[in-house]
Ligand binder design. Structure first.
Ligand code: SF4
Ligand code: SF4
Length: 396
């Protein structure tokens, strides 16, 4: 066990924490459980103890001891009960890159053999199937066949300037498959030449970093980049904010990338996407990875407002302050009850706006919020922004 999972800058950051507890005040896991041990400040304290306990000299001089197994396990449980929403990082007055730190900490815990057993399932699924759900990767684009009028080529071309990187959730979950279906139909009506990667698309890598499995990451990056290059593509578009953020932060800048909300807004502005009136009151939930993660706040709002007939109302907590839906950080797999409690709070906030639908730009947010609303018979519609635009699409 060493401290090699941390960059030097992270080791310095850990010492910079002033114990102000602002991170705890905004943490959705803390407010859902009333358990301060899930907060950033508590985690930093635990991390300091781990780091110093490993330094033999300090141990002798200061009488510090390394945590025992029971303490490691308890600490690990708190670390993985986090949505990686980045709200703590957003408010930290010292500017500690907390989200990144949580990823390194998870990796350290995996290396130290203190991690939730579900992580092994994630690792095995990715190793064997190249997607996080243990589905056959050859079936990645099978959702196309379920469309009313699937094209002969299944939207998979040898070459195209635009690649639509679909992502694992939207490829395999029936509820989320409505998003790629909506997006490809919009692209068709807007006369965009694009291709899918089909079975050549592998997981973007986000579940690996979130699970502390960084060693597997590079192989997936190299593979995906090569698959996109083989299409001669100049641009990759993503409806999934986590895929988009992975490509934005961790892939070499070999081609242009765009989130679907940005790409579609551009099409609408150019007059390529004909829209009809859609009388609907909606609010917008900023996905953590698209908002705080990538700073994309304005384009989705502009796109919503570009639809004639739409009435738009903001959530009380929006943009940088938006509360997570509960679906991030692999939390749904690790602690489904906590994930659902965070979703409950989100839906309550949504209902308070009087909106008929909550729009987001993420298949995981759609899944988490829809599942909660359906299970509890709450009369709210949850739509991805592609689905909203699709509903307003004037098909010729
Ligand atoms: S990332 Fe989100 S859930 Fe995790 S500690 Fe920070 S505020 Fe809490
Ligand atoms: S907000 Fe930053 S400085 Fe304050 S307790 Fe949290 S991590 Fe430490």
């Amino acid at each position: 066990m060493t401290n090699q999972d941390y960059r030097m800058s992270q080791l310095i950051e850990v010492e910079a924490c002033t114990n102000c507890r602002v991170c705890s005040d905004v943490c959705p896991a803390v407010s859902a459980t009333q358990d301060g041990e899930l907060s950033g400040v508590h985690r930093i304290k635990g991390l300091r103890q781990i780091l110093k306990g490993r330094t033999g000299l300090l141990q002798k001089l200061l009488g510090r001891r390394a945590p025992v197994d029971k303490e490691w396990k308890h600490f690990s449980d708190t670390v993985f009960r986090c949505t990686l929403c980045g709200n703590c990082q957003e408010v930290c007055p010292v500017g500690i890159q907390l989200r990144d730190l949580w990823l390194s900490l998870r990796q350290d815990l995996v290396h130290s053999n203190f991690y939730p057993k579900k992580i092994e399932m994630i690792r095995d699924n990715l190793k064997e199937n190249h997607n996080v759900f243990a589905e056959d990767n050859e079936e990645r684009a099978d959702w196309v066949e379920d469309m009313k009028h699937p094209p002969d080529d299944g939207y998979i071309k040898d070459r195209s300037e635009v690649v639509y990187f679909t992502g694992c959730v939207a490829s395999y979950f029936p509820l989320a498959q409505k998003i790629p279906v909506a997006l490809v139909e919009i692209l068709e009506v807007s006369d965009v030449d694009f291709t899918l990667l089909g079975e050549d698309e592998w997981c973007c890598g986000f579940p690996m970093l979130g699970a502390g499995l960084r060693e597997m990451f590079q192989e997936f990056v190299d593979h995906n980049l090569e698959a996109v290059r083989a299409k001669n593509a100049k641009l990759a578009i993503f409806a999934c904010p986590s895929c988009y953020q992975m490509w934005r932060e961790h892939y070499p800048r070999a081609i242009e990338i765009s989130h679907a909300s940005q790409f579609l807004l551009n099409l609408v502005k150019k007059g390529r996407t004909p829209l009809k009136e859609l009388p609907l009151t909606v609010t917008y939930h900023d996905p953590c990875d698209l908002g705080r993660g990538a700073g994309v706040y304005d384009e989705p709002r502009e796109l919503i407002r570009s639809i004639p007939g739409i009435k738009f109302v903001e959530l009380p907590r929006s943009r940088e302050d938006c509360q997570c839906c509960g679906g991030g950080g692999n939390l749904e797999m690790i602690d489904p009850e906590l994930s659902s409690e965070i979703a409950r709070r989100k839906i309550e906030e949504v209902m308070g706006t009087g909106a008929q639908a909550v729009v987001t730009s993420c298949q995981q947010c759609v899944r988490t919020m829809t599942t909660y609303a359906r299970r509890n018979k709450i009369p709210i519609e949850v739509l991805d922004i592609t689905q909203l635009l699709h509903r307003a699409l004037k098909k010729t």
